[in-house]
Design a protein around this ligand. Structure first.
Ligand code: ZN
Length: 663
């Protein structure tokens, strides 16, 4: 078999396995075998860029960066649906329809998923473009991100039409959502509020590799096209399934409205058994011919209706409002409730968000409150039953002092959250910061977990992350649940963390607003902690992607003498507080002061490698051509609009070889 055939065979095999796993939910090989094949394909593609394919399964892992999402008009407008809330609403709708069309009307019933709407365009069986709903007339091109979603076919199967759009919803199953939040909490970040917003936020991430890490799914149910040989909505679901799309199984062809209501009533009860959020049923006139006769109002199709389930709600007594202090000092009020069953689980606590929310709803201890579980995993209080209120109760006084250290709280103008400013002395902040420092994406200290950190702090053995490096085995062994072996593991883990590169140490320091990506940018730009420490706010803002808010936070972080003392100690203990000599050796100033735009497909290095080469040599990478651009590095298939723009602005267009010559 020649190389090209080998590549094609691997691509076909991987697509097939991907389909079995993510669409049919029926894997036929192990994850290990799959990864082996994927790796093999990656290597072959890297060695033979001439066989590049924009829809290769290797692109599932992402890597493409989108700075500005291009606005794309929808070929077929994306309408929103009219809502109904009762049997009567549906009956009225049926009457209106029967006046407008002849013959028997049948309906398809489908579940309504709560996610981010998406429109996919397929040309000759290949995914050409993915566009968000936007305002219904035009949306954002999020193709690079959508390609990483495993259940979106990059190549169709069977007998598909040459050109069509298919619409559906990108959703985040509960299980994946809970897992993502657990990781965020581990990193000391705020958990996401609900799967829906998280799914739509994911589509607009700039780094598609980040999207690839999220367990998103794409459910499809609506085909649009000029020459698509389909006669009914129910048939279109079956066809879409045949072509390789993930189409929800829970769909029914109903001969009349009674059968529609059966479907509605069944799922009103059983929806909690589904792996993802559904908030209702979509009922559509089945015949496409009849759909055409019915047409559209200004906003919605007349042939479809959304039926919304009632959000599950219960009332219970609010016993007490307590307050939690996070790693950054943020205060979160929590409602402690009389235990009550809601949507199949026992609820004892509900989120109250912040002081404004409590004031707005006038929530008081002792009140009977209405609790709802909507898209959020954590139930929320949506109101008070004022008929049950004790006439002697008085409005809730939000705390003015930290519940943990009694320091007066502060609230910055325009911010909803109160903060405890006692960063150095407030126990949950001290513990939270050290927990963040040792977490997987920061120092990754093995053998040391969040609870152990709390134990060490509470026993007075450590008070900040620098203290970790002075820990001794004999101090740890006498503690609760500790033994020789676990103490050894901690000491070894701490020792090993001295090899963790600067950018991760910087992330671990826990500067507010400095996440993984920002830490990397700052580390690469300033190269040492001392240079970063001395940077002024004005200088920081000139660094790519660093805004006012981050700059301010960095400056105030280093303004504290205590922080400086801790950093000096980390330095002394051998923690990496500058970029390693090896990494520096690969960096030059050759391209300093030059801004590059990279466009097209390259043969000797990948697009990402090219960008890295530019940055390592002191140049700047920008995503769009402007008067500030010095060079456009053009590969094959450079976009014609970019080319025209570069020429009109007189920007030099150079080839990959020209560029490699420069460095
Ligand atoms: Zn405090």
């Amino acid at each position: 078999m020649n190389i090209e055939q080998q590549i094609k065979t691997l691509r076909n095999q991987l697509s097939e396995h991907n389909y079995n796993y993510y669409v049919l939910d029926n894997p036929t090989i192990s994850d290990f075998e799959f990864d082996q094949k994927l790796k093999q394909l990656q290597e072959l593609e890297k060695a033979h860029p001439e066989f590049y394919d924009a829809n290769s399964p290797t692109l599932r892992v992402g890597g493409e960066i989108t700075k500005n999402f291009e606005t794309i008009p929808h070929t077929f407008r994306m309408y929103s649906l009219e809502n109904s809330y009762s049997k009567e609403d549906l009956e009225d709708w049926e009457k209106r329809i029967e006046k407008m069309v002849d013959g028997v009307v049948e309906f398809t019933c489908e579940l309504k998923y709560d996610g981010a709407s998406i429109s996919l365009t397929y040309e000759d069986g290949k995914l050409k473009r993915a566009v968000t709903r936007g305002d219904g007339f035009q949306g954002d091109d999020v193709t690079a991100n959508v390609k990483t979603i495993r259940s979106v076919p990059l190549q169709l199967r069977g007998d598909y039409p040459p050109l069509f759009d298919i619409r559906g919803e990108i959703i985040l199953p509960f299980e994946g959502f809970v897992k993502m939040n657990a990781e965020r909490v581990e990193l000391g970040e705020e958990p996401y509020r609900n799967p829906r917003n998280t799914a739509s936020g994911s589509l607009k991430l700039q780094d598609s590799a980040e999207v690839a890490k999220r367990p998103l799914e794409c459910l499809l149910y609506n085909i649009q096209g000029d020459r698509v040989p389909i006669k009914t909505q129910f048939e279109s679901l079956q066809k879409a399934r045949e072509w390789g799309f993930k189409v929800p199984e829970a769909a029914k062809l109903a001969k009349n409205l009674d059968e529609v209501l059966e479907f509605v009533n069944y799922w009103d009860v059983h929806r909690h058994e589904l792996p993802y959020e559904t908030d209702g049923v979509v009922v559509k006139v089945n015949s496409l011919q009849q759909q055409e006769e019915l047409g559209y109002t200004a906003k919605s199709p007349r042939w479809a209706m959304a039926y919304k389930f009632k959000a599950e709600q219960v009332s219970t007594v609010l016993n007490q409002i307590t307050y939690q202090v996070g790693r950054t000092g943020a205060i979160t009020p929590v409602a402690n409730l009389e235990a009550v069953e809601l949507a199949g689980t026992i609820v004892k606590r509900a989120s109250l968000h912040n002081a404004d929310q409590i004031e707005k709803l006038d929530i008081r201890e002792g009140d009977t409150v209405f609790v709802e579980k909507g898209g959020e995993i954590i139930p929320k209080i949506i109101g008070v039953d004022f008929t049950q209120r004790d006439p002697n109760s008085s409005p809730t006084q939000y705390i003015t002092e930290c519940p943990e250290c009694n320091t007066p709280l502060v609230r910055a103008e325009g911010e909803a959250q109160h903060y405890c400013p006692n960063t150095a002395g407030c126990p949950p902040q001290i513990i939270g910061r050290i927990q963040h420092f040792i977490s997987r994406k920061a120092m990754d200290i093995e053998g040391l977990g969040g609870e152990t950190v709390a134990l060490l702090v509470n026993n007075g053995l450590i008070n900040n992350y620098a203290d970790l490096y002075l820990l001794k085995e004999e101090q740890i062994i006498p503690l609760e649940r500790m033994a020789q072996k676990s103490a050894e593991n901690i000491i070894n883990g701490v020792e090993a963390s001295k090899q963790i590169p600067f950018e991760r140490v910087l992330f671990g320091l826990g500067i507010r607003y400095v996440g993984e990506t920002v830490a990397k940018k700052l580390a690469n730009h300033y190269k040492t902690i001392d240079a970063l420490k001395n940077a002024t706010q004005e200088e920081l803002i000139t660094v790519d992607e660093i805004g006012e808010r981050i700059a301010q936070s960095v400056v105030s972080f280093f303004a504290s003498d205590e922080t400086i003392a801790i950093i000096e100690r980390l330095k002394m203990y051998g923690v990496q507080l500058e970029i390693s000599a090896e990494k520096l050796a690969n960096q030059t100033d050759t391209l300093k002061g030059n801004t590059f735009v990279v466009s097209g497909v390259f043969t000797k290095v990948s697009r990402n490698e090219l960008k890295k080469l530019i940055e390592d040599n002191g140049g700047k990478v920008s995503s769009s051509i402007s008067t500030k651009t010095n060079y456009v590095v053009a590969g094959d298939n450079m976009g014609p609009s970019k080319k025209t723009k570069a020429e009109s602005l007189g920007v030099a267009i150079i080839s990959e070889d020209d560029f490699l010559q420069m460095i």
